[in-house]
Design a binder for this molecule. Structure first.
Ligand code: TXA
Ligand code: MG
Length: 596
C-alpha cells in the first residue's frame, strides 16, 4: 500500500497531559491512528473493530496486508469479545503473564475484522503492563490493534522520538510515555493447540512458560519451504541501513540479566580499567579483542569506512585505552551498560541500531549473547537485523535521514553553538565555497546534540575568512556559478572577511585550504595548536587514504581556478564538495557532536 502523508503535523502528547491523552483516545474511537508506549516497544494503534481504521495502520507503517496485527487490551474481560476459544494453555499464560510482555494467539471471534488478522482465523491478544499503556487503552475503551510503531522493516521504536522519526505526518499523534522498559517486542505464543508454540521469543522465556504450562515449548522455526506460522517472519526485519555484524562473547562468559529481574539496567557504568584486578582486566580484553580485530580488518580494507559499535562500557574503555587516534576517529560507540548484561543490551538494542544508523556508519558491530532466556529474544532480533534477508516491504526507505528534516523543533534543556571556520587567502573563492557546502550539510542534517548528552542541543555554523582578504568584497563570480551548478546553492551574497584572532577564537575548528595557511596561523598563534589544520593534514590525521580506480593513493589537491575556464571552476567546486562531505562526520566527532 502506498504511503502518503496525511497530516501537516503529528501531535506529540505527554502521557501526563490527561486532557490530550483523552483527546487521542477519542480520535482512536473516531477511526484515527495514534502511537502509544508499552513496556516492550511503542505500538501504532487503531480501533480493532474498525476495518477502515485498521487499514490506516497498514498504510502508515507500509506493512504488507498479509502480516496480522495483535490486539491490545487493558482488562482481561475484553478477551471474550476478541476470541472464540481459550485453550487451557492459553488460560494458564493469561493468568500467569498478563499484564506483561506476552502475546497469546487464540481462535478469533467473528467480531474481529479480517484485516486485523490478515485473513487468519486466529488473533493475538496482548495486555501491556506499562501503566501508560493501560491508561491510554482504558480511555480508548475498545481493543486497540497495534503493530510496533516503526516503518515496516526498520528497528522497532523504544522512544516516542523514534516514532516521530518514522511516522511524522502519517498519523494523528504520538503519546510519549518515556523509554520502553524491556526494549524488545513481546513473546508471541501460539496457544491454539494443546502445547504452546513460541512464534517469537521475548521477555517471557521458554523456561517460564514450561514452569507454568508444563509444556516444553518448541520455537516455531521455519523449515525450508514451510509457510510461516507468524506471517511476519518472511519479511525483512529490524534492519538499519548499515550492515550489522554480531561479535560473540568468548565461550563460557558468565552473563547477567538473562531472566528478567525487574531491575533498571539503564545506568551506564564508569569504567576505570586501571582499578581492575589483572583477572578482571583480562576478561574485559577477552570480550573486546574480537571487536578490535574486526575493526582493524575492516579499516585495513576500507580506510574510509566508519564503524558503529554496540557494546558494553568495558569494551568501549578497552578501545579508548589503545589510544589509536586514527582508529578511534572511525568509530561511533553506543554503549548499553555492562558488557555481559543482556537485559541492558536488549533494552538499548533498537535505540542503538537507530542511533548508529543516523550517524551514518557503514557497518555496526554488535555484542552477541549465548544465554537461553532473554538472550534468545535478543539474538533473534539481532540475527534478523544482521541477515538483511527477507522481502523488503513498502515501508522500507532507502534513505531514512531524509525523513528527519520534517521533524518539528526539538526542545532541549540547553543549546550550545559550535562553528567551523574555513580559511584561504582572499576569501573570495575556495573558503566561501567550503563554507557553503558545509552549511548545506548542516542544514540537511539538523538537529544535533552533544555526543555525551542528548538533551543538550547544538547549533552548528560554518564561516569563512581570508588571511589577506579585504573586508566586504564580492566573491569570485566563477566560483559562485560553479557552486550553484553543482549544489544549487547561492553563495553570491557572501562578503569577504579578513581573518583575525577574535574569529579564530570564536570558532571551534579551523580548516585552511592550503598547508601554508595553517602554518601561518600556527606560527602567529601557537596557542591555537590542536584547533587548526589544513584540509590535507586533517584528512591525513583521520587516516583517510583514498585510492583511485587503478589502486594509487590519491592526495588532496585543490587547484586554483582563478582566471581559468568554467570547467576548472566546476572541477574545483566538485572536489571541495566531496572533501567536505567526506570530512563532515569526522568534524562532528571532533566537535563532540552527533546527529539525532
Ligand atoms: O510487544 C509487542 O508485541 C509490540 C507492542 C506494540 O505490543 N507489538 C508488536 O507487533 O511487536 P508486531 O505487529 O510488530 O509483531 C507482532 C507479530 C508479527 O510477527 C505477526 O506476524 C505476529 O505477531 N502475529 C500477529 N497475529 C498473529 C496470528 N494471529 N498468528 C500468528 N502470528 C501473529
Ligand atoms: Mg514489528
Amino acid at each position: 500500500m502506498e504511503r502518503r502523508k496525511k497530516f501537516n503535523q503529528t501531535l506529540f502528547i505527554d502521557i501526563n497531559d490527561t486532557e490530550a491523552v483523552k483527546d487521542a483516545a477519542e480520535k482512536i474511537r473516531a477511526g484515527e491512528v495514534v502511537a502509544f508506549p508499552t513496556e516492550t516497544v511503542y505500538g501504532l494503534g487503531a480501533n480493532a473493530f474498525d476495518t477502515k481504521a485498521v487499514d490506516k495502520i497498514f498504510e502508515a507503517k507500509g506493512r504488507p496486508g498479509d502480516n496480522p496485527l495483535i490486539c491490545h487490551i487493558w482488562n482481561k474481560d475484553q478477551i471474550e469479545e476478541l476470541t472464540s476459544e481459550v485453550t487451557p494453555a492459553a488460560r494458564k499464560l493469561i493468568d500467569s503473564f498478563m499484564p506483561g510482555p506476552i502475546t497469546v494467539i487464540m481462535r478469533k471471534s467473528d467480531k474481529v475484522p479480517s484485516n486485523v488478522t490478515a485473513g487468519l482465523d486466529t488473533v493475538g491478544v496482548r495486555m501491556p503492563s506499562s501503566p501508560a499503556a493501560a491508561k491510554f487503552l482504558e480511555l480508548c475503551g475498545v481493543p486497540v490493534a497495534a503493530p510496533s510503531a516503526n516503518l515496516s522493516g526498520s528497528p522497532s521504536p523504544t522512544r516516542a522520538m523514534h516514532v516521530m522519526d518514522d511516522m511524522y505526518g502519517y498519523i494523528y499523534a504520538v503519546i510519549d510515555g518515556g523509554d520502553s522498559d524491556f526494549g524488545l517486542e513481546s513473546t508471541v505464543v501460539d496457544c491454539t493447540g494443546d502445547a504452546p508454540v513460541i512464534l517469537r521469543p521475548g521477555a517471557v522465556t521458554a523456561d517460564a512458560i514450561l514452569k507454568v504450562t508444563g509444556y516444553e515449548c518448541s520455537t516455531g522455526k521455519l523449515a525450508e519451504g514451510e509457510t510461516p506460522k507468524a506471517p511476519g517472519m518472511k519479511y525483512r526485519h529490524y534492519a538499519p541501513n548499515a550492515n550489522v555484524e554480531i561479535i560473540n562473547l568468548p565461550d563460557k562468559t558468565e552473563i547477567t540479566g538473562d531472566e528478567l529481574d525487574g531491575e533498571d539496567h539503564y545506568e551506564i557504568p564508569e569504567i576505570d580499567l586501571e582499578a581492575l584486578s589483572d583477572e578482571e582486566k583480562q576478561k574485559v580484553f577477552d570480550i573486546a579483542a574480537p571487536f578490535i580485530f574486526r575493526v582493524k580488518s575492516i579499516l585495513a580494507e576500507s580506510p574510509v569506512m566508519r564503524i558503529g559499535i554496540f557494546c558494553g562500557a568495558e569494551t568501549e574503555a578497552a578501545f579508548k585505552k589503545l589510544n589509536d587516534k586514527i582508529m578511534l576517529s572511525h568509530l561511533e560507540f553506543f554503549t548499553y551498560g555492562r558488557s555481559t548484561d543482556v537485559s541492558a543490551a536488549s533494552h538499548f538494542l533498537f535505540e542503538g541500531l537507530r542511533d548508529l544508523d543516523i550517524q551514518d556508519v557503514g557497518t555496526i558491530l554488535c555484542q552477541g549473547f549465548t544465554g537461553n532466556g532473554v538472550s534468545r529474544a535478543y539474538m533473534n532480533r539481532l540475527g534478523k537485523a544482521a541477515l538483511k534477508t527477507g522481502e523488503v516491504t513498502a515501508g522500507m526507505q532507502p534513505d531514512k535521514r531524509r525523513l528527519r528534516t520534517s521533524l518539528p523543533l526539538y526542545y532541549f534543556d540547553e543549546t550550545y553553538t559550535m562553528s567551523v571556520l574555513f580559511v584561504c587567502d582572499d576569501n573570495k573563492c575556495l573558503s566561501p565555497a567550503c563554507e557553503t557546502f558545509l552549511r548545506d550539510l548542516i542544514w540537511k542534517e539538523v538537529p544535533f546534540v552533544m555526543a555525551d548528552d542528548r538533551n543538550t542541543g547544538v547549533e552548528l555554523y560554518a564561516e569563512s575568512c581570508g588571511l589577506t582578504a579585504m573586508d566586504n568584497l564580492q566573491p569570485d563570480p566563477g566560483m559562485v556559478d560553479a557552486v550553484k551548478e553543482i549544489s544549487g546553492k547561492d553563495m553570491g551574497g557572501h562578503k569577504t572577511l579578513r581573518a583575525d584572532m577574535s574569529l579564530f577564537d570564536a570558532n571551534d575548528l579551523i580548516l585552511t585550504i592550503r598547508d601554508e595557511q595553517a602554518y601561518d596561523i600556527l606560527n602567529k598563534f601557537p596557542e591555537l595548536d590542536g584547533k587548526v589544520y589544513s584540509l590535507s593534514s586533517y584528512i591525513a590525521s583521520k587516516g583517510l587514504v583514498i585510492k583511485s580506480s587503478d589502486g594509487r593513493t590519491v592526495g588532496v589537491s585543490i587547484p586554483n581556478p582563478k582566471g581559468q575556464n568554467r570547467a576548472t571552476y566546476v572541477h574545483t567546486a566538485k572536489a571541495l564538495k566531496a572533501w567536505i562531505e567526506l570530512l563532515f562526520p569526522y568534524v562532528l566527532k571532533d566537535l563532540g557532536v552527533k546527529r539525532i
